[in-house]
Write a new protein. Structure first.
Ligand code: C2E
Ligand code: MG
Ligand code: MG
Length: 732
């Protein structure tokens, strides 16, 4: 019985355990259900996210492409299909390049290749070609996907047509602004000038840098009162524009009427950002008959009296002077180096320079005196009421000095700083001429002499000057004929390495036998340039010398370099084409060509000069600085010049071996050249004493009569072969 009871108790325990298990099972089942539910929700969320992503991908404002490593499209979003105007399926498995315009394809291929190798920036602007539509400009940004074995490209493509159009609009606006015949200025909201155009400068005489940051009131003529300007300003603030006639003052002091329209430019919030003023000079419409007179008597560029009015005024002054028994001074003035400003920086700059020169001249003389522009870069000044002769000479000298001093100060034009000196010739009434025409002729002769005696000086006329002018005129005539008849010749002077006893180069030098015997190139080359024959002759020199020297070769295979002298006007923008042409025709490799220039080349427009020389060197030719030490540049500036060789001028070699100053200069040049890694040679070496001293200072490269004079080509080659061969034969 006890046993049975025990058994029942066991069963009861079993039953309750069973109930527990069932309970557990229920719980688990519930947990699983909840987990399932979570999972389903997560799946739903994922699907939603994926749809959202797909929408984002498809309708992003950017065309997305996935390309394989061959550039074949694997995937493209809706925007991409729209960009290429193709249904989705038609795009897939086709090379992307086929959708670009033919001329853009190669660049695109390269873009992919470079991207794959990880080298280049990842954007490309290119052209999509849809059917026969106008190509569509797009920008592609690229990402390389390297998760697969072969790289894949992810491309984002944006339509940039509008940006392009905006760019073009901007460029167009800039050109219209700059080229407009009407003067324009742009100010900030409080009226400070930010930009002006070219016509502004032409009308007012002020270059842009002179007005930036200033208010337009700097042009005020004084003709309008404060009420006028206040009402203009009020109107501008309220209605945003003003229009009317206003009198302004040019830089040269002249007052003129202009028709002016001002508009306010507002930003999106309606705030004023700029004022834009547009004006035209209406002084011409005003005067009617006066205007005709002005055109006939005044120079349009500078507004100075022209030659006609000058003659009239001078004649008038002479009549008065005759009556009062008083002297009159006539100054003839010519700008130095003006021609090369025109040649190197262009006529527009030349014109602006002339205007500034005119303004400075006007500042110097009294109102009662006349400043006139005779044409080109020639000006004249007439001074009257000067007291007796001695006082007149004194006063004239003072004015001449003042003019030179004013004109020697740098001019600032279009971002360039330039200096131009002046040469002044002076003739005094009555002793240098009693008539107007004698006076003019003699002032002109005196000016010519001032120029000859080195620029930037003045000269009073003296009767002996006449003879030299006659010579000049006959020189011009003879020279013209000589060029026509091809009577100019070239000679060559060797440059030797006096230590190794080898010939390293030859310099081509021009020769002309004039009617009265040989004339120095120093005299006739400037005349050639004045005659406008400089370029033709220079081309001829280059072509002839390259041809004659190209096949010179010595026994040991060495070939000499060829030096050709250039004057400043030859370093122009066509230089490269010119040189290439000459070298090709002459069959002279560029590395054997050396262009010689002097420091005076750098006198103005240093930047232009440097870039010309860099062009020469880029071609493979070298540059030598000739006559070094005689010019204006400092040793310090030398390091900025792109040159290879320095030629120590004959004037320093001259004093060797005894003159201590010359020796010091030569030493300085040598050590400086060494310091800068430049080659150097001494020219004009005539004596053993000079040679030995130079060699002791370490200068072995020599050009001079001690070895050889300049000779015709054949003779020079013979000499070179003999000299060059000597080293070998001597066994040294
Ligand atoms: P440069 O380029 O400095 O040429 C050197 C001048 O010194 C040459 O005078 C030459 O004959 C002379 N010379 C050489 N060795 C000696 C010497 O030992 N003693 C002396 N007293 N003189 C020596 P050249 O031929 O009369 O030329 C004078 C200048 O004319 C040249 O100076 C050069 O500036 C210019 N020139 C010559 N040919 C041309 C050319 O084709 N084009 C240009 N633009 N200028 C040239
Ligand atoms: Mg030379
Ligand atoms: Mg020289």
């Amino acid at each position: 019985m006890k046993q049975a009871q025990h058994r029942i108790a066991e069963l009861e325990i079993g039953a309750s355990e069973h109930a527990d298990v069932v309970e557990d099972l229920h719980l688990h089942q519930e947990e699983l259900r909840v987990q399932n539910e979570d999972l389903r929700q997560a799946q739903d969320a994922l699907a939603a996210a994926s749809r959202r992503y797909q929408d984002l991908f498809d309708f992003a404002p950017v065309g997305y492409f996935l390309l394989d490593d061959k550039g074949v499209i694997l995937e493209a979003n809706v925007t991409a299909c729209l960009l290429l105007e193709q249904p989705h399926d038609a795009l897939l498995r086709r090379p992307m390049r086929l959708h670009l315009s033919a001329e853009a394809r190669l660049a695109f291929d390269l873009f992919l290749v470079e991207a794959a190798s990880g080298r280049q920036a990842r954007t490309l602007e290119t052209l999509v070609q849809n059917h026969d539509r106008e190509p569509l400009p797009v920008q592609i940004t690229l990402l390389v996907d390297r998760t697969e074995r072969a790289p894949r490209f992810r491309l984002a493509v944006v339509d940039i047509r509008e940006r392009r159009q905006a760019d073009e609009q901007r460029k167009l606006a800039a050109v219209m602004f700059e080229e407009s015949n009407e003067g324009m200025l742009v100010t900030d909201p409080i009226g400070r000038i930010q930009r002006v155009n070219r016509a502004f400068t032409v009308v007012t005489g002020y270059a842009e840098p002179e007005v930036i940051g200033h208010k337009p009131s700097m042009l005020a003529s004084g003709r309008h009162d404060a009420v006028f300007y206040k009402s203009m300003w009020d109107r501008l603030q309220n209605s945003g524009s003003w229009m009317g006639e206003i009198w302004n003052r040019r830089k040269n002091g002249e007052i003129y009427p202009e028709w002016l329209k001002i508009n306010a430019v507002r930003d999106v919030h309606g705030d004023i950002r700029h004022f834009v003023g547009i004006f035209s000079d209406i002084s011409e419409h005003k005067g009617g008959g006066q205007e005709v007179e002005r055109l006939a008597l005044y120079d349009t560029l500078t507004d100075l009296p022209n030659r006609v009015l000058f003659v009239e005024r001078l004649k008038h002054a002479l009549i008065r002077a005759h009556r009062d028994g008083r002297p009159v001074a006539l100054l003839y003035l010519d700008l130095d180096r003006f021609k090369s400003v025109n040649d190197t920086l262009g006529h527009q700059t030349g014109d602006l320079l002339l205007q500034q020169v005119a303004a400075r001249l006007r500042q110097i003389v009294r109102n009662s005196d006349t400043v006139a522009r005779l044409g080109g870069d020639e000006f004249a000044v007439v001074l009257a009421d000067l007291g007796d002769h001695a006082a007149a000479v004194e006063a004239t000298r003072r004015v001449a000095d003042e003019i030179r001093e004013h004109l020697a100060r740098p001019f600032h034009i279009g971002g360039h700083e330039m200096v131009t000196g002046s040469s002044i010739g002076i003739a005094l009434y009555p002793q240098d001429g009693e008539t107007y025409s004698d006076l003019v002729k003699n002032a002109d002769i005196a000016m010519y002499h001032a120029k000859q005696n080195g620029a930037d000086g003045h000269a009073f006329f003296v009767p002996e000057m006449n003879a030299r002018v006659v010579r000049r005129v006959s020189l011009e005539t003879a020279l013209r004929a000589a060029v026509r008849r091809e009577e100019l010749k070239l000679v060559y002077q060797p440059v030797v390495d006096s230590v190794a006893e080898r010939v390293v180069g030859v310099e081509a030098l021009l020769r002309w036998d004039g009617p009265q015997g040989p004339v120095s190139p120093l005299e006739f080359i400037p005349v050639l340039e004045d005659l406008g024959l400089g370029h033709d002759v220079a081309r001829w020199v280059l072509a002839t010398a390259s041809r004659e020297v190209s096949d010179w070769q010595f026994d040991d295979g060495a070939q000499p370099w060829l030096s050709v002298n250039f004057s400043p006007s030859q370093l122009h923008r066509f230089l490269l084409a010119w040189l290439t042409d000459a070298l090709d025709h002459g069959r002279l490799p560029a590395r054997r060509l050396m262009i010689e220039v002097t420091e005076d080349h750098f006198h103005h427009n240093v930047d232009g000069m440097i870039s010309s020389l860099e062009d020469i060197r880029r071609l493979g030719a070298r540059v030598a600085l000739d006559d070094f030490g005689t010019g204006h540049s400092s040793l310090g500036r030398l390091r900025h010049f792109p040159i290879d060789l320095v030629k120590i001028d004959r004037s320093f070699v001259n004093g060797l071996p005894h003159d201590h100053k010359d020796l010091a200069i030569v030493n300085t040049i040598i050590s400086m050249a060494r310091h800068l890694g430049l080659d150097f040679l001494a020219e004009g070496v005539e004596s053993e004493g000079q040679l030995n001293m130079l060699r002791r200072q370490g200068c072995g490269l020599i050009q001079g009569y001690i070895f050889a004079r300049p000779m015709p080509a054949r003779e020079c080659l013979d000499w070179c072969e003999t000299y060059h061969g000597r080293a070998g034969r001597d066994g040294t």
